[in-house]
Design a protein around this ligand. Sequence first.
Ligand SMILES: [Zn+2]
Ligand SMILES: [Zn+2]
Length: 83
Amino acid sequence: MRKRILAVLLCVITCLSMTSCALFGGEHDSHKFRARWESNAGFHWHECKFADCKEKGSYELHTYENGKCTKCKYKQQTLSEHK
Ligand SMILES: [Zn+2]
Ligand SMILES: [Zn+2]
């Protein structure tokens, strides 16, 4: 009888730890991207909300218009001129 209860307990604990794992990053079926744009000199993207997820959403080149990106507002960097 004792052993059976232990087995059930183990099962419950395993299930619980797997669920919390899913909540705190690691494996997730679909990424949840932040609304905020991240950007570097060439690209912009959305970060995934899950911790330690390196997935980049909508990762693409800036689309400049009048020296500013139309999506993330990144300012176009003017290359140093050699005149
Ligand atoms: Zn993700
Ligand atoms: Zn951009």
